[in-house]
Design a binder for this molecule. Structure first.
Ligand code: NDP
Length: 463
């Protein structure tokens, strides 16, 4: 075969990725479970059809690719991936490589990487949705350095380019490292979105601003330190009119949010790692509460709704969001560092910030500075990096004002409040766990350490 690479699964993501690969000059062989999809894909590929080899069986697919072969899998996570790996087993050899580019649970990727498949296997997180897949995603690859070297020319060619021209594709580490980092990316995405939604809520309910006025505020922020894809689309979303009437579109959308589960996975995994990520956990919680619309209606009937008015100037809210964002990313990166230790992955924190700068949903101006800060500051707590320490110090009074006045007026601000709470705990050398230890020793003789170094481990609570 002549194709440089193969791809299985021409759904939304697979088709977009295959077009991207062909466009960058790599001949690609494709196969899809439903053959008519493969034919339609090829017929609609326009100028790129010459570089695409449609195949009807997996054996044909394998034959169409130049050895040693690389095949990208883009099918739903879980069972379909295992099925395809099994179907490929008799067709591929030890020199061949299969890349699972779907949204796999990283535990599955680790299991597959360590299983006795007769070919090489790597997992890869791809962020940026269909648009990213077609024109340049952010790529978080798992796998060995040798595997990465082999596929890097294709992956860096199809990835998004950051403003400095570097490709947003990198090797994260072996086993499930790529899918792990993609998972945390999605958790951060939940949190970024939730914090923006909380500020939106203050403007809508606390300050009775209409959607058009809110849009102007977001639009203004997109020229400053908060410049990001999510702020940009928040400005667009609040500016849009309902095509079925005169109302702002956003006012016609039910406040019940869905999730595909990757944010939840992040929260669950954080608990396994004992990594504090309260902003992300709060964002997952907020989606779960949003789903309970009937409960919220009953609550409003029983307890009365309306949070009270409260007034903030846009600059204060902007600073609050800046602080919240830094605290959220600090938590996300420290969770990545915790996984790096636990799984022995040597995850490259600065590189992770670097490849999130373009192609993915959380792309933002601030990630540039985060990449630099994480490179210069080995302690891995972003808040302690000098540049971000200064930013947090400057923005914190605004966050504290927005959270305390907002909560005081009855507005729910779970993500922002949890960011502040984490910060206050993190900068407190003498916390309150001495009380926890005293209680634990009292009821369970668990023992404690004394502040004065005296080795006595127990308190005088005996009978
Ligand atoms: P789609 O539903 O659009 O496409 C699924 C594809 O997988 C189809 O080609 C389908 O073939 C094939 N397929 C389904 N089940 C099987 C099976 N048992 N065996 C073989 N092939 C099968 O999904 P997406 O393209 O949206 O998603 C693919 C992966 O990418 C998922 O893991 C998803 O989580 C991930 N992802 C999606 C993003 C998005 O924005 N959509 C973003 C990032 C990752 P057939 O035509 O025969 O049904």
């Amino acid at each position: 075969g002549e194709a440089r690479i193969g791809l299985i699964g021409l759904g939304t993501m697979g088709a977009a990725l295959a077009m991207n690969i062909a466009e960058k000059g790599f001949p690609i062989a494709v196969w899809n479970r439903t053959s008519s999809v493969t034919q339609d894909f090829h017929s609609n590929a326009g100028d790129l059809a010459d570089r695409i080899v449609p195949t009807r069986t997996l054996a044909e697919l394998v034959d169409a690719i130049a050895a040693p072969r690389t095949i990208i899998l883009m099918v739903p996570a879980g069972q379909p991936v295992d099925e395809q790996l099994e179907a490929l087993s008799p067709l591929l050899g030890a020199d061949d490589l299969v890349i699972d580019a779907g949204n796999a649970d990283f535990h599955d990727t680790t299991r597959r990487a360590n299983s006795d498949l007769p070919f090489g296997f790597m997992g890869m997180g791809v962020s940026g949705g269909e648009e990213g897949a077609r024109h340049g995603p952010s790529i978080m690859a798992g796998g060995t350095p040798e595997q990465w070297d082999r596929v890097a020319p294709v992956l860096t060619a199809i990835a998004a380019n950051a403003e400095d021209g570097t490709a947003c594709a990198a090797r994260m580490g072996v086993e499930g490292a790529g899918h792990f980092v993609k998972m945390v990316h999605n958790g951060i995405e939940y949190a970024d979105m939730q914090m923006i939604a909380e500020i939106y809520g203050l403007m809508r309910d606390g300050m009775t601003m209409d959607a058009a006025a809110i849009s102007k505020v977001f639009d203004g922020w997109n020229d400053g330190p908060l410049q990001s894809y999510l702020i940009e689309i928040s400005a667009k979303v609040t500016a849009a009119k309902d095509p079925h009437g005169d109302m702002p579109m956003v006012d016609m959308i039910l406040d019940r949010a869905g999730q595909k589960g990757t944010g939840r996975w992040t929260a669950i995994e954080a608990q396994h790692l004992a990594a504090p990520i309260p902003v992300i956990e709060a964002a997952v919680m907020a989606r779960n509460v949003s789903a309970r619309l009937e409960d919220r209606r009953a609550g409003e009937d029983r307890f009365g709704a309306a949070p009270e008015l409260c007034e903030f100037d846009p600059a204060t809210m902007e600073q609050a969001l800046i602080a919240g964002k830094i605290l959220c990313y600090a938590q996300g990166f420290s969770m990545i560092a915790a996984a790096s230790d636990k799984f022995d992955w040597s995850l490259p924190l600065p590189e992770i910030a670097r490849i999130w700068r373009a192609g993915c949903i959380i792309r933002s101006a601030m990630l540039n500075d985060m990449a630099d800060a994480l490179a210069d500051h080995p302690d891995r707590n972003l808040v302690m990096a000098p540049h971000f320490a200064e930013l947090v110090e400057a923005a914190l009074p605004a966050l504290r004002q927005v959270v305390s006045q907002g909560l005081g007026a009855g507005h729910a601000l779970p993500a922002l409040a949890n960011g502040l709470m984490w910060f206050d705990m993190m900068r407190t050398a003498r916390g309150t766990a001495n009380m926890i230890q005293a209680q634990r020793d009292f009821f369970g003789a668990h023992g404690f350490e004394r502040t004065d170094g005296n080795p006595d481990k127990h308190g005088p609570w005996g009978a």
